[in-house]
Structures are given as C-alpha cells and as structure tokens.
Design a protein around this ligand. Structure first.
Ligand code: ADP
Ligand code: ADP
Length: 226
C-alpha cells in the first residue's frame, strides 16, 4: 500500500504546525521522518492515523483519500512513544486485544493463533503470561510492535518508538524493527529526532524543520549538517 500526502497543512490556532507537506511512501517502504522536537512530526503522523484532522490537504492510501475515514477503517497500526500497553492484561492479551474488539472481531482461538505468530516474529513468545509492568523497556516495545501488527495493517506508524530505551538496546531493536517491517512488507513511517537512527534504518528519509519537509531522499543522497 502506498501513502500519498498532498499539500497537507495544520494549524493549532495561530501556530502553523505543518505547511504544504507533500510526501509519497511506496508500498513496503520504510520512510523515516527526521527532525527536531516541535517540527511537526507527531502532528503529521497523527493526521495520517486519523487521530487529528488536517487544516487542509489530503492523505491517500493506495490512491484513495482517507481524511474523512474513521481511524478504525484506515488499516493502520501504530506504536506510540510510551507503548500504551494495557497494564492489567498479560502480554498475550495485549497482542490479541485488537482482534477481540469491534465488528470484525475474531474468535478467541483464532485470535490466539494470530497473536502467537506475531509474538514469535517479535521474539516475545516466552513472555505471554506476564504483565507489561514486569517487562523491560525493550520487551514492552516488542509487545507494542506485535500488537500493532496483529491486524495485518496496510500501514505501520511508529512515533519515536525507541526514545525510551537505553543506547545499546536502541541499536539492536532498530535493526529488528527493520527486519520485521521487511518480513511483513508493511508500508512504514518511523518518526525520530535521531539522525543516525534515521540513516541506519530508513529506505528514504524525510527531513523536517518547522512544519516543512526540506529534503526527501535515500540516506546516501541527503545533505546533512555535520
Ligand atoms: P514533533 O512531533 O516534531 O515534536 P509536534 O507535531 O508535536 O512536533 O508539534 C509541532 C508544533 O505544533 C509544535 O510547535 C507544538 O508545540 C505545536 N503543537 C502540537 N500539538 C499542539 C496542540 N495540541 N495545541 C497547540 N500546539 C500544538
Ligand atoms: P512530542 O514527543 O511529539 O514532542 P510533545 O511533548 O511536544 O510531544 O507533546 C505532547 C502532547 O502535547 C501532544 O499531544 C501534543 O499535541 C501536545 N502539545 C504539544 N505542544 C503543545 C502546545 N503548544 N499546546 C498544547 N498542546 C501541545
């Protein structure tokens, strides 16, 4: 699935958070959105997810506009900075949860089979019965990724997913996220303020500053400040 962002604008009152943003993410591509805090990365991601309305412009998934589509029907999986796991549920229940709610809910047995597949993919199958509170940051992160993927979304959005992990873990988990994205062929947007991180995992990188996309290119073709 491709994502096309056209002339997207967003204001919060007087403050302009996004200004004429245009971006095309190809099917199966991993694009990093790179920029300093406050440049508009979360705003852009939340508009694609349907959690926020744009002030102008359009978002298309596989050529179809989704800006008036409810978030539930956009086929998007999302991982937040704080993971947003359900503390009272086990790991397995967390991963199954999206399959057990709403009108397309599947039977418990089927949900379990699917959840286990993504728990294997993310390496958390041995943690199934534990609660998120007893897991390390890296393990919680994997649970959030498994939960985001379990509905086999068309698009995966990751908002600074590594920022709460220590430096060594960030290195290994980012490689793993890339492996998982490529294994599932899900079209992915990965938000980060870390240049090295973006360069190491992105197929292409969109460099943002003050609500504008300044460059959009493969790592080797970017002009970056030393
Ligand atoms: P980033 O994710 O790159 O840190 P954000 O998208 O969170 O950037 O924010 C972009 C700009 O919009 C910032 O100046 C921020 O202060 C402002 N902003 C974000 N959310 C709101 C809001 N709900 N109300 C007012 N201003 C906001
Ligand atoms: P980020 O990790 O994206 O930088 P922030 O800490 O900037 O997140 O923002 C956290 C929350 O506060 C978000 O929901 C954002 O929309 C909101 N927010 C950010 N800036 C403002 C602002 N100036 N006024 C009101 N809400 C804001």
């Amino acid at each position: 699935m491709s994502i096309t962002i056209r002339h997207l604008g967003k204001r919060y009152g007087e403050r302009v958070a996004l200004r004429d943003v245009n971006l095309e993410v190809c099917d199966g591509e991993l694009v990093c959105l790179l920029g300093p805090s406050g440049c508009g990365k979360s705003t852009l991601l939340n508009i694609v997810a349907g959690l926020l309305d744009p002030s102008g412009g359009d978002v298309l998934i596989d050529g179809e506009s989704v800006v008036r589509t409810h978030p539930k029907y956009r086929g998007i999986g999302m991982v937040f900075q704080d993971y947003a796991l359900y503390p009272h549920m086990s790991v397995e229940e967390n991963v199954m949860f999206p399959l057990r709610v709403g009108e397309h809910r599947v039977a418990r047995r089927e949900a379990l089979v699917r959840a286990r597949r993504f728990m294997r993919l993310t390496g958390i199958e041995d943690l199934a019965r534990l609660r998120p509170g007893s897991l390390s940051g890296g393990q919680q992160q994997r649970v959030a990724v498994a939960r985001a993927l379990v509905q086999e979304p068309r698009v995966l959005l990751l908002d600074e997913p590594l920022s709460n992990l220590d430096a060594r873990l960030r290195l290994s988990i980012r490689e793993e996220i890339r492996r998982i994205v490529k294994a599932t062929r899900v079209t992915t947007v990965f938000v980060t303020h870390d240049q090295e991180e973006a360069l190491s995992i992105g197929d292409r990188i969109a460099v943002m500053d003050r609500g504008v996309i300044q460059q959009f290119a493969a790592p080797q073709d970017l002009y970056l400040d030393p």
